[in-house]
Design a protein around this ligand. Structure first.
Ligand code: FAD
Length: 390
């Protein structure tokens, strides 16, 4: 296990991006969050504005269209966006973590110039497609195929649950080139969604993060040029998991933002609402909820900073930070669910009402325990690392 130093001093740049994200979320996202949650429409206008502010490729170097900042800057900004609306946060995290990270680490210079620049700058929308209808946690069982024919790979199959797929310009796709090798037969490709053979499938109606469009995608003899292969044949699983390490830090920050929103709403309500002649906050039963929420939030924050620092150290040393990322995601997502649950309870009937955002926090929190590896998978990853198992 890497043991990064926990001495963290936020720089003026960190404070600046946090404030930028906070101001934007309050001014531009807060007024529309409930409406887009209700309609399920993709908030393209605000997402483009986030791109213009440098929020769609925070850690990417400026030469590739990014903001050239570090992982701490990324987690601070994502937390602020998610504190107001987790749907915007999902779109932001897929662009930043799942699309840009993979190309930056494994892409050729030509791929970076064409795909990374466009997505990191927010000009284009990126997506990441690993999951299939019959293959989620167990990626080695995927059914889609890419078969090489000269200078192209012919891709066929169906992928599911692709965040941003209904609007994405480019997708990092993971598919089988050698099925008999299972995980070691997976290869990654860069897909252009305006090419023949790419079909957008049905959009998923969802419990939460409803404004982050999610859909199936279908490949019908899609011809992918060899130069659009990301990494080597058979390297796809390694790329997918490396990228998910980064992604899990993002989802942990999303969870922290939701937890904080639920907590702040609860504190405000407990100070205002009265029952039996006292403020709710004067009852010990409410105080225990507030104390547990606050303690878990601060513990989650430290695990996230720990993982972000581990990622920054790994960038210098070339190592991995799998354990730190999984611990942050596991704990922060369960904290989000815990805090959202307590917040609905503290609000009583109003917690169940669409007039307040608390019910949205409750619905949005759940996804953080599912995508980019469920809580069960995070526990497996953590335990395997500790037990020295593969
Ligand atoms: C809104 C949304 C957005 C998504 N976005 C994307 C995306 O952009 N790209 C993408 O590729 N995927 C995406 N996903 C897919 C997501 O990552 C998967 O749903 C998730 O990894 C779980 O896979 P599954 O749904 O197939 O569940 P399964 O793998 O079928 O798991 C079902 C249950 O069994 C448990 N389980 C499985 N194996 C074990 C085990 N060995 N031990 C104990 N328990 C186990 C799981 O933890 C879970 O509780 C998204 C999903 C959702 C809901």
């Amino acid at each position: 296990m890497t043991t990064p130093s926990l001495s963290l001093t936020l720089t003026a740049e960190h404070e600046m991006i946090r404030q930028t994200a906070r101001d934007f979320a309050q001014k531009e996202i807060a007024p529309i969050a409930a409406e887009f949650d209700e309609s399920g429409d993709f908030p393209i206008t605000t997402i483009k504005k986030m791109g213009a502010l440098g929020l769609m490729g925070i850690e990417m170097p400026e030469e590739y269209g990014g903001a050239g900042m570090d992982t701490i800057a990324y987690v601070l900004a994502l937390e602020e966006i998610c504190k107001v609306d987790a749907s915007h946060g999902t779109i932001m995290s897929v662009n930043n973590s799942l699309f840009c990270n993979g190309i930056y680490k494994f892409g050729t210079e030509a791929q970076k110039q064409k795909y990374l620049k466009a997505v990191a700058s927010g000009e284009k929308i990126g997506a990441y497609s690993l999951t299939e209808p019959m293959s989620g946690s167990d990626a080695g069982t995927m059914k889609s195929r890419a078969v090489r024919e000269g200078d192209v790979y012919v891709i066929n199959g169906r992928k599911s649950w692709v965040t941003s797929a209904p609007v994405a310009d480019y997708i990092v796709l993971f598919t089988m080139t050698a099925p008999e090798k299972k995980h070691k037969g997976i290869t990654a490709f860069l897909i252009e969604t305006d090419q023949p053979g790419f079909v957008r499938g049905k959009k998923e109606p969802k419990l939460g993060i409803r404004a982050s469009a999610t859909s199936e995608i279908v490949f019908e003899n899609y011809r992918c040029p060899v130069e659009n292969r990301l990494g080597e044949e058979g390297e796809g699983f390694k790329i997918a998991m490396t990228v998910l390490d980064a992604g899990r830090i993002g989802i942990a920050s999303q969870a922290l933002g939701i937890a904080e929103a639920a907590y702040e709403a609860s504190v405000a309500y407990a100070k205002e609402r009265e029952a039996f002649g006292s403020k709710l906050g004067e009852f010990q039963g409410t105080q225990f909820k507030i104390a547990d929420m606050k303690t878990r939030i601060e513990a989650a924050r430290l695990l996230i900073y720990n993982a972000a620092l581990a990622k920054m150290n790994a960038k210098a040393s070339g190592g991995r930070y799998t354990l730190e990322a999984s611990m942050a995601k596991l704990y922060a997502s369960e904290t989000a669910m815990f805090c959202a649950h307590q917040a609905v309870q503290i609000h009583g009937g109003m917690g169940y009402s669409k007039e307040l955002p608390v019910e949205r926090f409750f619905r949005d929190a759940k996804i953080t325990e599912i995508y980019e590896g469920t809580s069960e998978i995070q526990r497996m990853v953590i335990a395997r690392q500790e037990l020295g198992l593969r």
